[in-house]
Design a protein around this ligand. Structure first.
Ligand SMILES: Cc1cc2nc3c(=O)[nH]c(=O)nc-3n(C[C@H](O)[C@H](O)[C@H](O)COP(=O)(O)OP(=O)(O)OC[C@H]3O[C@@H](n4cnc5c(N)ncnc54)[C@H](O)[C@@H]3O)c2cc1C
Length: 469
């Protein structure tokens, strides 16, 4: 017996492949390749996407939720099915399939020849960001490797499916490091900062909003409408933008009326220890964490234009403008670079404040005790330990292992020197920190739903007000 019957007999759970990923093992994997001529959900026109993973591999745990989300939300089972193989249990099989290191996704298809066996037509191993994986599938479809009838779900639906998968308990997000003790405070900060900016900053330098500044404000609202971490906030920013560009000039009175009519109340900052400027940084970091690779450079430009045109601290704006020129903010062209650009500039400001003696509590971020893995010295030490263990096993004399860096790194308790940061891990830590409780697709891969349950998002009371002014 082969093909469909073998597949169906595995478990009741696998009968509707659209609903989940089929767990493949030796014989089933062969079935995927050799196929069945009897038709049904394993006929020659069925393409298989197979995920090769190891349960303990952190990178695999990042990719698995999007792979499962695609399987549970994509229609046309007959054209595209999803399976996964545990490469700890089935190592020789994974090696034989050319998936020696994981995570890997391979596409098997018999479409070109019209007959079995299916052949590998594409293989993915790349950036561990959900939208990159989706983009790869969509790209394959445009090249004809996946049937044109297959419809991939919207970003919102995929984000929800990823969260459901993570919450199912089958999956634990691999956390890079500790987050803040109270992540809810960060969300409060983001919410307050974007609203405060609309009340406080718009007329600080000029008593009318028009011309270039109006364009900068429209871009800012565009960025908020795309990348704020909660849909009601994004919708509200979109509505404000639509109203903003209706007019060529705004007076403070008319602007205040507009904000009032949409229920954008001026927040108080009494409860927050670090006040408005530090919340602004958090807002900026959150906007970039929520941006995909196409949007992130535009969002960074909108941040720059906002700081230059509206930030009340003119000295800060001037420094920021200089950093933009010196560190080539305008040449940033992807999400990784955009997130790290702002991180570097923020740390440069903090370091200057430390040097000038203006700050007692400020430190470069993250510190060694909040994200140990963010430091190269940590990885170097691990490698040295592994080398030493190997030498010991072979009976060779001990390697000299450098003593561990004191917590806080070489700057003696206030962080580590910039060049000790491992930027790949810093990017991941930025995303995990600033994706907390966000409902966007971009953030779904980095968000940890078990934490989100404990810290519900404050929903802004904007209703569906149409904002008459
Ligand atoms: C655009 C801008 C420019 C500024 N320029 C100046 C200036 O030129 N001179 C001046 O005196 N003040 C400046 N400030 C204010 C200053 O940077 C601090 O915001 C302020 O001193 C309060 O510092 P803080 O320690 O409370 O936290 P902040 O530095 O405001 O940081 C807020 C939170 O963000 C997180 N964080 C810290 N660093 C990073 C990082 N690198 N990446 C990601 N997250 C991080 C931490 O959780 C921290 O608690 C500027 C502020 C902004 C928004």
């Amino acid at each position: 017996m082969c093909g469909v019957a073998a597949m169906v007999s595995v478990s009741k759970k696998t009968t509707d492949a659209r609903m989940e990923v089929v767990t493949l093992e030796q014989s089933l994997f062969k079935t995927v390749i050799s196929g069945s001529s009897t038709g049904g959900p394993n006929a020659p026109e069925t393409t298989w996407a197979v995920f090769f993973y190891k349960p303990y591999c952190g990178a695999c745990r990042r990719v698995r939720p999007i792979f499962h989300a695609l399987a549970t939300t994509t229609n046309h089972t007959k054209q595209l099915r999803f399976g996964e193989i545990d490469c700890v249990k089935w190592r020789p099989l994974c090696n034989h399939a050319g998936a020696k290191s994981q995570p890997v996704i391979k596409i098997y298809s018999a479409k070109e020849t019209g007959a079995f066996p299916r052949r590998e037509v594409a293989s993915w191993q790349g950036v561990l960001i959900a939208y990159e994986v989706l983009g790869w599938f969509v790209g394959l479809q445009s090249r004809g490797a996946i049937d044109a009838d297959v419809v991939f779900a919207s970003d919102e639906v995929l984000a929800e499916a990823m969260r459901k998968f993570k919450e199912s308990g089958d999956h634990r997000v691999d956390r890079t490091a500790k987050k803040t003790a109270n992540p809810r405070a960060y969300l409060d900060a983001v919410d307050r900062a974007w609203r405060m900016g609309l009340h406080d900053a718009v007329f600080q330098r000029d008593d009318a909003l028009g011309g270039e500044r109006l364009v900068a404000m429209a871009e800012w609202l565009d960025a908020l409408g795309y990348a704020l971490p909660a849909k009601p906030w994004r919708d509200l920013a979109d509505k404000l933008r639509t109203r903003l560009v209706d007019k060529q000039t705004w007076s403070p009175e008319r602007w205040a009326k507009l904000l009032k009519s949409y229920g954008v109340a001026e927040p108080s900052f009494d409860r927050l220890a670090c006040g408005y400027p530090c919340s602004l940084w958090q807002l900026f970091h959150a906007l970039l964490a929520n941006s995909d690779r196409h949007a992130a450079p535009h969002v960074l430009k909108a941040i720059q234009a906002w700081v230059v045109n509206f930030f009340g601290c003119s000295e800060c704006a001037e420094h920021f403008g200089r950093a933009w020129a010196e560190l080539r903010g305008d040449s940033v062209d992807n999400a990784f670079a955009a997130n790290l650009w702002l991180w570097r500039v923020h740390n440069a400001v903090s370091k200057r404040l430390i040097r000038e003696g203006d700050a007692t509590k400020i430190s470069p971020w993250p510190t060694n005790d909040t994200c140990t893995t963010c430091f190269k010295s940590y990885h170097e030490r691990l490698e040295a330990e592994a080398r030493a263990a190997k030498r010991k096993k072979k009976g060779k004399p001990d390697d000299v292992i450098p003593p561990p860096e004191p917590l806080g790194g070489a700057l003696g308790g206030i962080g580590a020197p910039e060049d000790d940061y491992d930027e790949g891990y810093v990017f991941q830590f930025l995303a995990e920190t600033y994706c907390f409780n966000s409902d966007t697709f971009v953030c779904a891969a980095f968000d940890d739903p078990s934490r989100a349950r404990k810290h519900r998002l404050p929903i802004l009371n904007n209703g569906n007000h149409d904002g008459e002014i």
